[in-house]
Design a protein around this ligand. Structure first.
Ligand code: 6R9
Length: 574
C-alpha cells in the first residue's frame, strides 16, 4: 500500500496463448470456450471423457498422457491406455453396483493406478473424493462419514487407517496391491481389472451433476466437503490455455497431490482437457529428485508452490547448476503468498519469472493470476482472469476504492465455482452473504493499476507449507490427549513453511510440563490426525485466554506470540 514505484518484471513471452490481457477482458465470452466440448452437440458431458477419450478418439491414442516416476518405478501411459484403464475401473465399480451420484474415495499415493481409478470413478458418474495419503484414521473416518461414501480405493499400507466399523454406507474396500495382501473381505484391484472389459458405456452427465468432493478446513467445525460439478471443465480448460499457457507439445508438471485441489484441477483436468502430456512424480520431496524430474522428462511448464520453491532455494544455487533445466519455459506457483525474494531468486537461477496464481478449493479453478504476456509486480497475485470480476469489499459488502484493504471477493458465478458444501447448506450460504459476491475469507487490496495484493486470512485458518489446516481440528485432537486440559492453536510465521502450527496448552491436574510430554503430544496429533497437522511448537500455559462464551481467543495467543498489543479484550472471560 506504499506510494513508492512498484518493482516490475516485464512480460517476456511473445507467443503466449493469451496475447493481450486487456483485450481479452473486453471481448472474452465463456460461451465461446464451451464449443470445445461435446455437450455442444449432445447436451450431455463427462469430464473424464473430455479429458482422455476425446483425445484418444481424435488421433492422439498413442500420445503419452502420463509420465510417471518414483524411486522404484518409471512408466509412460498413452491416452489410449488411460482410456482403456479408466474404462476397466468404471466396469469394476459397476460390477460392485456403484452408481451415478455415489461417493467413492481414493486414498493412496500417486501412482498410475490412482489416475485410472479416479477417472474411472468419474466415468460412471460417481463423485470422487481424493484423500491425502498422510491422513490418519480419524481424518479418513470424518470424510467417509460426512459424505456417506460407498467405496474406498486404497493400498495395503494404508488399509489399517481405513475405518470399517460404524460406517453403514461403506460397502467396498478396493485394495491396490499384491493379491497375498488383499483380504477376503476386500476387492482385489488387479484381479478385477484383469477381468474387466475395456469397453464402457460412459455415464453422460448434466453439466451441473456432481464431479468431485474436496474436503477442506475452516476455522471451526469439522472439515467441509466442497462439491464441484462437471461444468468446471470450462474453466480448467481455459485457464490451462491462458494461465498455464499449455500448447500441444508441452510436457507439464504439477507437483501437487490429488488430495489437494491443485492436484486435481491442475494435476489432472486442466492438462488433459488440453491434450497435454502430464508428469507425475511419486514419493517425497527431495530437491535432487525434483530437478531430476525436470531433466528426465524435459518438463516445459512447471506448477508448484511457494513452500517448495523456498525449500529449493534453501537447497542452494550450486545444486541448480548441476541440472540442465533449459527445457523449462513457464513456471507458476499457488497456495500461499509468493515472496518477492523467491521470484527474484527464480529469475536468477532458473532464468524464469515465477507466475503467482490465486484461487481456493471453493473456487475450483484459478481466478487471480499473472500471465506470460503481462508485467509481474513481485508480491502481487496478479489480475482476475478474463470473464471474472474481483473486488475488495468492506464488511458491509461495499466495493472499496483502490489501495484500501478489505475482503477479497469474486462476482458470482464463474464456471468452476463450488455448487454446495456437502450436508451443510448454511455453511455454503455464508460464502455468498454479500449480495452477488463470493467472499473468500482472504484480505487483500487492489492497487491503482488493478493488481491484487494478498494481506492475510480473515479467519484463523493456518497455511503451513501450502496445506490449509483448521486450528479447531488440531485443538480437538489435542484435547483427546490424557494430559491436555485445553488447547489453542495458531499459525506462527515461519520463513520456510509460511506458517508453522503452534499449540498453547494447559495441562490437566497431575501433569507436569516437560519436553518428553511435548514430544508425546505432537506424536499423538501426528498419528491421530495427520503429520502436517501436528504442532511443531508447543507452549504450556496455566490458563488460556477465552471469551465469555468459552471460545479460546486465538487472536490473543497470536498477539502474545508476535509480541503485539492484544487489542479489544472486551469479550475475554476474566
Ligand atoms: C488452491 C489453494 C486457499 C487459500 C486462500 C489463500 C491461500 C492460495 C495464494 C494464497 C496468497 C496466493 N492462497 N493461493 N495466498 N497468494 N497466490 O491453495 O486452495 O488449499 O483451498 O487454499 O490459500 O489464503 O484462501 P486451498
Amino acid at each position: 500500500m506504499s506510494s513508492v514505484q512498484p518493482e516490475v518484471l516485464q512480460a517476456t513471452a511473445v507467443d503466449a496463448n493469451l496475447k493481450s490481457y486487456e483485450e481479452a477482458r473486453r471481448t472474452f465470452d465463456w460461451s465461446e470456450v464451451e464449443k470445445a466440448f461435446s455437450w455442444h452437440t449432445t447436451g450431455k458431458v463427462n469430464m473424464a471423457y473430455e479429458a482422455i477419450d476425446r483425445h484418444a478418439e481424435a488421433g492422439l491414442a498413442d500420445k503419452i498422457a502420463l509420465y510417471y516416476s518414483d524411486a522404484n518405478r518409471r512408466e509412460a501411459v498413452t491416452f489410449g491406455q488411460m482410456k482403456a484403464n479408466s474404462n476397466k475401473f468404471g466396469n469394476v465399480l459397476r460390477k460392485l453396483k456403484v452408481a451415478k451420484g455415489d461417493r467413492v474415495f481414493i486414498f493412496m499415493p500417486r501412482t498410475p493406478e490412482l489416475y485410472a481409478a479416479l477417472l474411472g470413478t468419474i466415468k460412471i458418474g460417481a463423485i470422487v473424493g481424493p484423500l491425502f495419503e498422510a491422513f490418519m484414521e480419524q481424518a479418513v473416518r470424518d470424510r467417509l462419514e460426512d459424505s456417506e461414501a460407498v467405496a474406498i480405493v486404497t493400498t495395503p499400507a494404508l488399509l489399517p487407517r481405513v475405518p470399517v466399523r460404524d460406517l453403514p454406507h461403506l460397502r467396498h474396500v478396493v485394495v491396490v496391491g499384491d493379491s497375498a495382501e488383499v483380504g477376503a473381505e476386500h476387492v482385489d484391484f488387479y484381479k478385477e481389472m484383469e477381468q474387466a472389459s475395456e469397453e464402457l458405456a460412459i455415464e453422460w452427465m448434466d453439466r451441473e451433476d456432481g464431479l468431485i468432493l474436496h474436503y477442506t478446513s475452516g476455522s471451526t467445525g469439522k472439515p467441509k466437503g466442497v462439491c464441484h460439478v462437471h461444468n468446471a471443465m470450462i474453466q480448467h480448460y481455459y485457464t490451462g490455455k491462458i494461465v498455464l499457457d499449455l500448447k500441444q507439445d508441452d510436457i507439464y508438471w504439477c507437483t501437487a497431490d490429488p488430495g489437494w485441489v491443485t492436484g486435481t484441477s491442475y494435476g489432472i483436468f486442466a492438462p488433459w482437457l488440453n491434450g497435454v502430456a502430464n508428469v507425475v512424480r511419486g514419493g517425497r520431496f527431495k530437491p535432487e529428485d525434483w530437478y531430476g524430474t525436470i531433466v528426465d522428462n524435459k518438463v516445459t511448464v512447471w506448477y508448484s508452490a511457494p513452500t517448495s520453491f523456498r525449500m529449493l532455494m534453501s537447497a542452494g544455487d550450486d545444486l541448480v547448476k548441476q541440472f540442465d533445466l533449459s527445457s523449462l519455459r513457464h513456471v507458476l506457483s499457488v497456495g500461499e503468498p509468493l515472496n518477492p525474494e523467491v521470484i527474484r531468486w527464480g529469475l536468477k537461477v532458473y532464468n524464469h519469472r515465477i507466475h503467482d496464481t490465486w484461487w481456493m478449493t471453493e473456487t475450483g479453478g484459478q481466478l487471480i493470476c499473472n500471465y506470460p504476456s503481462m508485467d509481474i509486480r513481485p508480491g502481487s497475485m496478479g489480475k482476475p482472469i478474463p470473464g471474472t470480476e474481483a473486488a475488495i469489499l468492506d464488511d458491509s459488502g461495499n466495493v472499496l476504492p483502490p489501495n484500501r484493504m478489505g475482503n477479497l471477493a469474486i462476482k458470482t458465478p464463474w464456471p468452476s465455482m463450488m455448487r454446495k458444501i456437502w450436508n451443510n447448506p448454511a455453511k455454503y450460504e455464508e460464502y455468498f452473504r454479500m449480495n452477488g459476491w463470493y467472499v473468500s475469507g482472504d484480505s487483500a487490496y487492489m492497487d491503482a493499476d488493478g493488481y491484487f495484493w494478498f494481506q492475510g486470512r480473515v479467519d484463523d485458518v493456518i497455511n503451513t507449507s501450502g496445506e490449509r489446516v483448521g486450528p479447531f481440528e488440531v485443538e480437538s485432537k489435542l484435547v483427546e490427549h490424557p494430559a491436555v486440559a485445553e488447547a489453542g492453536v495458531i499459525g506462527k510465521p515461519d520463513p520456510l513453511r509460511g506458517e508453522i502450527i503452534k499449540a498453547f496448552i494447559s495441562l490437566r491436574a497431575g501433569f507436569e510440563p516437560s519436553d518428553e510430554l511435548k514430544a508425546d503430544i505432537a506424536k499423538f496429533v501426528k498419528l491421530g490426525l495427520a503429520a502436517h497437522a501436528a504442532p511443531r511448537e508447543i507452549e504450556f500455559k496455566d490458563k488460556l485466554p477465552k471469551t465469555r462464551s468459552g471460545k479460546i481467543m486465538r487472536r490473543v495467543l497470536k498477539a502474545w506470540e508476535l509480541g503485539l498489543p492484544t487489542g479489544d479484550l472486551s469479550t475475554i472471560e476474566d
